[in-house]
Design a protein around this ligand. Sequence first.
Ligand code: 6PG
Length: 454
Amino acid sequence: MNNHIGIVGIGVMGSNIALNFSDNDTNVSVYNKSQDKINRLISEDSSKNISGFTDLEEFVKSIEKPRKILILVPSGEATNSVVENLFNFIEEKDTLIDGGNAYYLDSIDLGKRCSEQGIEFIGMGISGGETGARTGPALMLGYEKEVPEDLISIISRIAAKADDQECIGLYEGFGTGHFIKMLHNGIEYAEMQILAEAYNILRTAGFNNLAASEFFNNLRKEKQSSYLIEITSSILKTQEDGEYLIDRIKPVANHKGTGKLTVETGLNYGFPLPSIFEAFNARVESNYQKIWPTPTENMKIELNPNELQEAIYFSRLSTLTQGILFIEYFSKRENLEIKIEHVMQNWLEGCIIRSDLLKEIKSILKDGPPNKSIVESKQIQKNLDSRIKNTKNLVSHCIENNIPTPVMYSSLNWYINSSSEFNPSSLIQAQRDYFGAHTVQLHESDEFLHLNWD
Ligand code: 6PG
């Protein structure tokens, strides 16, 4: 009997998704060059629904038509090479699903290449890491014509669920699933950096690791927690041989480039994503520390924990709003009609940025007028305004005491700048026109003029 779906690539994500499918009554064919890897996976498969193949042609033949094949190998060259090899064996109407962290423009190209061969293509962002893959990921699918009903049925069994709905997003456009995943990762970077800034503030206020862990754990009681906040609390109290693991880790952050693509895409569209930029830049800057002969001293501070709690909420909501505004803008620019409520449901569970805040925002947008921008929500502005005073107090206190808070500060600046009556960029126009005759626009007209500065 042929299998329901095939998976190429049984690394961390591939093997855990295969086990998730198997546990959910889906017969899975997996392909890998290594028989040992296949044997190890099958030995973990208590539901016995996984078949392994080291021969690609045999693998393809083992899948019921029209075939659905999920590719879970590193994005870029590796994925392209798998697709080229599969083209030798798959047939028209089969569907290839790229489940890697692909750049959304690459997914558009790959979709076009598949279409030329009569092959269906779906670019699917998968979020939730190893645990998510095994027990319930959030899935973000970009497609052109339609997503086969039997594929939706299969992935609905493995996806995370919230409010009695799967956390599956179906988005028009080969690359749109990976675009939404890219925004997820940009927001993820900012959320992680906000928590790193909070950790630094707590340390400088004299909180030891256990007390800092407790601070984050207490956010649950305020319904202001998240998956990242929960793991942060757990990380800070984890010890080995009587020593905190966090104290043994180098203060340097790396990345596989997912958040960098978000920043680059925002810049390419000329759209502001300051908090995500500052989060990415903080990772880069962490590789260039202590470059001066004399270190700057972090002075011990008096901390009002409520100010920090509100600054965390403010910065997270400011960042999320920036990200959602970019999705709104992208949707209009590319004529895609992406529904933000749909994205919120997609991210409600299973993904790395799942949180009480996303549940709150989904509920606010659901209760608000349809087809309005997030910035037209009076409730969301109220949620920011009610916390801006404490956020300013905290950030000012940090500046006075040499504690860097790049994402908290940019989140504050973005909100103030995007809601202020006056903006000093008129002087930038004037300077450019003065030295380079680059022309200016006057208030009363859209015409570009070169003014006489002599
Ligand atoms: C997810 C994660 C995952 C990503 C890691 C590492 O949604 O499960 O976002 O896709 O690979 O977060 O990303 P960086 O190496 O870019 O930090």
